[in-house]
Design a protein around this ligand. Structure first.
Ligand SMILES: *Cc1c(COP(=O)(O)O)cnc(C)c1O
Length: 374
């Protein structure tokens, strides 16, 4: 498997990603330690309220990470052995492993060649009598084309579970990513737009799902402080330490998104003249947060190795799920040809895109790209 990071022992001077953290996050942690409240408490309650206000979701249920958020969402829909869920072939593993780990089978469908998002026609071809749900992914912070997927789900009586792990701050037709389907999942991993270290959330407007999620994550009961458990459940709670960091990060969200847009503009103006470098298509700004600084080139592995030697941290695009060694014919199925997913992997590279990048850093990266193509 290609791994640009391992290609060289050169020290990385410009990392592919770094979170933006500072005094505000420290103050939140200090408060938790001084008050002695570490588990879910006042900061978690506030974090939930702030996420609900931001996304417009009726219910926000926190999860230990994005993968478990997806697993919880699938589980409360009753999805399990014998069922199939259609997922794009081009996404992070967690989208599909969360399906497989319920006992259901992920079915990989192709993406749109331009946007890298799930293609409704490919989904239609991947349907079977066992299909129970569709999982659109708002990949690289660009809203998936939801209207045809929602329409298809309605016709076929399927659940829609959105993977909005990369979608905070992203809207589709004036609704926040993750609030269009039955359930939607966010991630707050360290390289997402905002972070709690590890963390995730499920958005839903459905009261019954919200209730089931509470039982599921909280040892089979609705409230803490009782030793009576009507159901069997997991402990999938967060901590106030994480929620505190999340509150400080939410205060930065607008600044982070603004800076991501500026960084993308800087890169684009610097790389514009290079014939071999293309930029993926971009929807209007409200539908998109530039989650990564992505380029399309003829030989991403060669460029990745060159940049690593120059001390620049880069990442290849997602590896097509149908090629993942952890999936086989028993636990997965492909819903047709997956040419666009393969093409995205074969061309894509994510450049450094932390909001901590300086203009000087961007110049260094672009000079190194220039040199590669000379
Ligand atoms: C990060 C990510 C996940 C998983 O989130 P974790 O919090 O890392 O478990 C799932 N899907 C996509 C598209 C992601 O980017």
């Amino acid at each position: 498997m290609p791994n640009a990071a391992r290609a060289t022992a050169t020290k990385i001077r410009i990392p592919q990603f770094e979170p933006l953290l500072g005094d505000e996050e420290l103050a939140q942690l200090r408060e938790c330690i001084e008050t002695g409240w570490l588990t879910e408490g006042p900061k978690t309650a506030e974090f939930i309220d702030r996420l609900a206000a931001l996304t417009g979701a009726k219910h926000v249920i926190l999860a230990p990470n994005g993968t478990l958020a997806l697993y919880m969402a699938l589980s409360v829909c009753g999805i399990g052995p014998g069922d199939e869920v259609i997922v794009p072939d081009f996404t992070f593993l967690g989208s599909a492993s969360s399906i497989a780990l319920t006992g259901a089978r992920p079915v990989f469908a192709d993406i749109n060649r331009e946007t890298f998002n799930l293609d409704a026609e490919a989904v239609r071809q991947a349907l079977s009598p066992r299909t129970r749900a569709i999982m659109p992914v708002h990949i690289y912070g660009q809203a998936a084309e939801m209207a045809p997927l929602l329409e298809l789900a309605k016709q076929e009586n399927l659940f829609v579970i959105e993977d909005a792990a990369q979608g905070i701050g992203v809207s589709y037709r004036n609704r926040h990513a993750g609030t269009l389907g039955d359930l939607g999942c966010l991630s707050f991993f360290a390289d997402k737009t905002i972070t709690t270290g590890e963390g995730g959330a499920i958005l839903t407007s459905n009261d019954e799902f919200a209730d089931r999620l509470q039982y599921f994550r909280n040892q089979g009961r609705l409230n803490r402080g009782s030793f009576i458990h009507p159901q069997m459940g997991w402990n999938f709670r967060l901590t106030d330490l994480q929620s505190g960091i999340g509150l400080a990060q939410l205060d930065r969200l607008e600044t982070i998104i603004e800076r991501k847009r500026q960084i993308e503009q800087l890169y684009k103006s610097r790389l514009d003249g290079l014939e071999d470098v293309e930029f993926p298509s971009a929807k209007e700004p409200q539908c998109r947060v530039p989650f990564r600084m992505n380029i399309l080139v003829p030989d991403p592995e060669g460029l990745a190795e060159h940049l690593a030697r120059e001390g620049v941290g880069v990442r290849r695009f997602f590896y097509p799920l149908h090629r993942q060694p952890c999936f086989n014919e028993q636990n997965s199925r492909t819903g047709g040809a997956l040419v666009n997913s393969i093409s995205a992997f074969d061309r894509g590279l994510s450049l450094p895109s932390s909001v901590k990048l300086t203009e000087q850093d961007i110049d260094t990266v672009c000079d190194a790209i220039d040199a590669f193509f000379q």
